[in-house]
Design a binder for this molecule. Structure first.
Ligand code: V47
Length: 383
């Protein structure tokens, strides 16, 4: 272990915040496994073997989007463009009804959309209130900070007014998307026409102040430098010091198919694992680190459970943003399969709700009727 990693390890063990230089040194350290082992120490101190997942559904209600982010394969500029779509409210509500009718219940809906220039604010409030009418207890994690900022500008409201109105309609928390990379050099090249880093952070600051929890992300593996990744994470850490409202950090691995950055190769598996480990070490004040299997691939996500990650997101279903960018992962993973990969990794599966309240674990999880047999088989494999 080099002197640098020794001093970083001391800081990490005593809970002292790591610096920008420390973060860069972790990225440059030649031995991935040493960095991973240190991140795993922090992960186990926070969560032991527990590994969280939930049962959720993604609704991307429209891909019509005024912004032209270079990394995005999902968006279409105009409603009439090839591949453009906007769901009717009935269609969006039908996604939840189908899960209930199919005996495949969920506890969360994740909603992320394009910045559609033609939809009224009522579309969004009606979308939420309609979903709550169908399942009053459902948690609605909806609209990235970019969307919230867009609504404020477009409808002449303050950020707080937008959030309060959406909350009155059923909004429960915010997803972490739209952060990309905060450095102005990168934003200018990949997402010049949406909210700035300060505006993104301000939306989350206001959300936390009024009592909404949120997640945060970083899109990595395109044109950003290691220093810019570390700077991004430190800006999130600073806001977390101020508000404490972030629950989970989700590093999002760039997928190059079908977008303006398609000539770039995307991150390698080692870069993925290292980014997870560095994130766990730098973001000591954000409790959870999510290995979003849709983006990472199931096998890397499973391995990331030993590189700092403690959460696999959920069953997902209907994901469009990454599948339009070339993600080869399935569109849905059954709870039994999520449990199987967690157990097979030597970790302890915990079904959670969006706010990390525990819904089932241990015997309660394995006695869950619909997938008892599969889980039993998984437990036998590791015992
Ligand atoms: O903001 C878009 C990213 C984000 C690509 O909060 C891409 O629990 C890679 O918000 N390659 C939206 N990434 C997704 C999002 C999210 C996802 C999972 C969990 C949570 C959560 C939030 O997807 C965008 C952008 O950063 N993205 N295109 C692409 N080609």
């Amino acid at each position: 272990m080099t002197a640098t990693l020794t001093s970083i390890r001391e800081k990490a063990r005593s809970g002292e915040p790591l610096s920008l230089e420390d973060g860069v040194a972790l990225y440059r350290h030649p031995n991935l496994l040493e960095v991973g082992a240190l991140a795993n120490e922090v992960r186990e101190r926070l969560h032991g073997d527990r590994t969280f997942f939930n049962r959720n559904l993604h609704i991307n209600a429209t891909n019509v989007c005024e912004a032209s982010c270079a990394f995005c394969s999902f968006a279409r500029l105009q409603p009439g463009d090839a591949g453009a779509y906007t769901m009717s409210l009935e269609e969006a509500w039908g996604k939840l009804r189908a899960r209930i009718d199919g005996g495949d219940p969920i506890t969360e809906i994740h909603i992320v959309n394009g910045l559609h220039p033609g939809l009224p604010f009522d579309y969004y409030t009606d979308l939420l209130s309609g979903l709550k009418r169908i399942q009053p207890g459902i948690h609605l994690k909806a609209f990235t900070a970019v969307e919230i900022f867009y609504f404020a500008k477009k409808f002449g409201l303050s950020i707080e007014e937008v959030l309060q109105k959406l909350r009155a309609a059923g909004l429960d928390s915010l997803p972490g998307g739209g952060a990309e990379i905060f450095a102005p050099r990168v934003r200018k090249k990949i997402c010049d026409d949406k909210c700035t880093a300060d505006e993104w952070l301000e939306v989350h600051r206001v959300a936390h102040r009024i009592g909404l929890r949120s997640n945060c992300t970083m899109l990595y593996g395109h044109i950003e430098s290691v220093e810019e990744r570390v700077d991004h994470m430190l800006r999130l850490r600073a806001l977390q010091d101020e508000t404490g409202g972030f629950q989970t950090f989700i590093p999002l691995a760039f997928h190059p198919d079908g977008n303006a950055l398609m000539k770039l190769p995307g991150p390698t598996g080692v870069e993925d694992l290292r980014t997870y480990a560095v994130a766990r070490l730098l973001l000591h004040n954000i409790p959870h680190l999510k290995a979003y299997w849709i983006m990472l691939g199931v096998k890397t996500a499973q391995t990331a459970l030993w590189f700092g990650a403690d959460d696999l997101d959920g069953t997902v279903q209907e994901e469009k943003i990454y599948h339009m960018a070339g993600a080869e992962t399935p569109q849905v993973m059954r709870p039994a399969e999520i449990v199987r990969i967690i157990v097979n990794a030597g970790r302890a599966p915990v079904e959670r709700d969006t706010l990390y309240n525990v819904l089932a674990e241990g015997a309660a999880l394995t006695s869950d009727k619909p997938f008892r047999r599969d889980v039993r088989r998984s437990l036998e494999v590791v015992s």
